[in-house]
Design a protein around this ligand. Sequence first.
Ligand code: SF4
Length: 268
Amino acid sequence: MDGLSELDRRITECRACPRLVEWREEVARTKRAAFADWDYWGRPVPGFGPHDAALLIVGLAPAAHGANRTGRMFTGDRSGDFLFPALYDVGLASRPTAESADDGLTLYGTRITSPVHCAPPANKPTTQERDTCRAWLVSELKLLAPTLRAVVVLGGFGWQAAFPAFAAAGWQVPKPRPAFGHGAHVRLAGGSVQGPEQSPEQSPEQSPEQGLEQEPLDVFGCFHVSQRNTFTGRLTPGMLREVLRTAALAAGLHPNGPIELAAPGADS
Ligand code: SF4
């Protein structure tokens, strides 16, 4: 088992945040009527995608009846219904839909993760929960560092959570920290890979390759693919595809063909 597989396994066993443990398990027991025949995942949801990804997408947290049900990031909820068609169109996913963890979806050169791995009530983790979960993100970044070249951060919460993690994983973060915005772009200079991050539960350490010089990291901001943004047209399909394609190119990936960008206001 490689380092990332071991990290993913350990994340699924984490119980460091009592409020979130209670909520994710309560939702899994009570279920939503439409999913009454589902056996909910009800645990922390690890990252999804290849272990040598060049592009990382950082969201917020699993949805109660989405990833907390299916066990895979953005799978089975409205946010995923917006994100995966875009990934498919840009050439980063094998199919435009994501219904279950065994639906055969493959991501190309791209991994999806979140700064909080458990579904929070009202989709709102506390700052303490965000900070507790950061150790997992730092470990994931360190393990991905040899191939990781670009990150798309979805939303301001993810942006606030990700930059301390980038710094802890060895990249050089400017001060003051860059402000979030849709289309924001900052290139972080690489440092040397730091020692392993202690997990939130102080379990055995990971072993990323220490002392290696990191490559720079291109970080892009994108409005979150939440219904609040997509239903109101604040984030359009064209806007999302443009950020994904720009980030994929920065990561050295070669998305399929030209992207047809929506005319301003066409999707709203
Ligand atoms: S630290 Fe992360 S994975 Fe662990 S319980 Fe908290 S939110 Fe879940």
